[in-house]
Design a protein around this ligand. Structure first.
Ligand code: GLN
Length: 451
């Protein structure tokens, strides 16, 4: 049914970069055989899934939506892909995204934009916009994404879905093509809090192949999603994320959700996190710095595209001509920014001070979580914006992640849950719930109460 739905609507939505009907049917039959043999595969056996095209998969190409990886077939599975195969999920295909996960609209894909199923003239968010579009258009019941600065929560919010950014180190980065390694966090998309929690638990947990993976028990998110009980919880509204410049309908739905939580027995207080004001600036130094280093591996020698390999050009020419042709404009912008910020003489002024800001943000969170169980804010300042509106204006695009970025800089857990439609445009609004590291279950508890 999902493959039929993809055939029916994906010409308009363009959520997928790759769909393999025969491979999916074959996987489904293999799951049947395992179940018939009495294997206990858990609650998601046979459920179809779409993977962001940043997760390596042995049976499908993985492009990161970049020309530079066109035609590359990974020789290994990401841990997330592997664990979900083991649990009997059936891979429908790979989803579109902003190239190397850099963007908030999917307009930076080398393979065309994805469209928001609520309104095809608008963006589905990004960078995991193919995943959010696929789940929202009922092409897949579940999808994976990665969240470096908001790339799961923001597309979930603007497509009316639940999306979680797990605690950093709570989900494995092994086999996830790296953007900014100290921030990248694989996570789940679903249409309900419980669906999302089931997927979250199915791929989480310690992975010896990822040196930053946390060796601690997986937070009981499924249990929390079924409890949906906020009585006695202390909830903080972040005053710095409660504010001016936000779309009125977004603020209206946000305030209604806060009132709902209060009526369900939570205590709501205002909490100030002054360093959040500088989070966006710090992020746009740290993420490009890490990306400039990570993307050095695309050198025309090891993977994918190679141009000017004609005997007339030397190795350096082949490398630079391949990178010039293979990377899109946003990726080049980030590599240049990051290379500059890391240069000798500028390191302390830019990268060094951004890291200090990062520490201040962590401290703001620590102080806040000394007083409250979770913090809440709108997930995004606006609902889905029209395609093209911000494509030529990187600063306007970067503002889409104003509310989500502090959590990545601190390494904490957060979740976006739908909280109604904005009256002025009828488009979905997301409530963001933020919790300390390894307290992901709290975000699901609050999310389930709002749902
Ligand atoms: N939109 C942000 C960026 O462009 C976040 C991307 C992400 O989370 N992968 O960097």
């Amino acid at each position: 049914a999902h493959l039929d739905r993809i055939a029916e609507v994906d010409g308009n939505v363009n959520a997928f970069l790759h769909v393999d009907r025969d491979a999916a049917m074959e996987q489904a039959r293999a799951v049947d055989t395992r179940l018939a043999a009495g294997e206990d595969l858990g609650p998601l056996a046979g459920v179809p899934i779409a993977h962001k095209d940043l997760f390596t998969t042995t049976d499908m190409p993985t492009t990161a939506a970049s020309r530079i990886l066109e035609g590359w077939q990974p020789p290994y599975d990401a841990t997330v892909s592997q664990r979900l195969r083991d649990a009997g999920l059936v891979i429908l295909g790979k989803t579109n995204m902003d190239e190397f996960a850099m963007g908030s609209s999917t307009e930076n894909s080398a393979y065309g934009v994805s469209r928001n199923p609520w309104d095809l003239s608008r963006v589905p968010g990004g960078s995991s916009g193919g995943s959010s579009a696929a789940v929202s258009a009922f092409e897949a019941p579940l999808a994976t994404g990665t969240d470096t600065g908001g790339s799961i929560r923001q597309p979930a919010a603007v497509c009316g879905l639940v999306g979680a950014k797990p605690t950093y180190g709570g989900s494995s980065r092994y086999g996830v093509i790296a953007f900014a390694s100290s921030l990248d966090t694989p996570g789940p998309f679903g249409r309900t809090v419980l669906d999302t929690a089931l997927l979250h638990e199915a791929f989480s947990g310690h992975d010896p192949r990822d040196s930053t993976s946390i060796d601690a028990p997986v937070p009981p998110v499924v249990d929390a999603a079924t409890r949906a009980d906020v009585a006695g919880m202390r909830i903080g509204v972040v005053t710095e994320l409660d504010g001016e410049g936000y779309q009125p309908g977004v603020m209206q739905r946000f305030r209604e959700s806060v009132a709902l939580l209060e009526s369900l027995g939570a205590t709501v207080v205002n909490v100030s996190c002054p360093s959040f004001e500088t989070a966006l600036s710090a992020y746009y130094l740290i993420a490009p710095s890490e990306c400039s280093s990570n993307l050095a591996r695309f050198d025309a020698m090891r993977y994918g595209l190679r141009v000017a390999d004609d005997g007339d050009h030397g190795t350096e020419d082949v490398m630079s001509l391949t990178r010039a042709e293979g990377f899109g404009p946003e990726v080049k912008r980030r590599i240049m920014l990051g290379t500059y910020a890391l240069s000798s003489g500028y390191y302390d002024a830019y990268y060094g001070s951004a890291q200090q800001v990062r520490t201040l943000i962590k401290r703001d969170f620590e102080a806040a979580f000394g007083d409250v169980d979770v913090l809440v804010s709108p997930t995004t300042p606006t609902t889905a914006f029209p395609l093209g509106e911000r494509a030529e204006d990187p600063m306007a695009m970067y503002l889409a992640d104003l509310c989500t970025i502090p959590t990545n800089l601190a390494g904490n857990a957060a979740l976006s849950v739908p909280c109604g439609l904005a009256p002025e445009d009828g488009l979905p609004v997301g409530l963001q719930v933020m919790a300390p590291a390894l307290a992901d279950d709290r975000t699901y508890r609050v999310g389930a109460a709002v749902e």
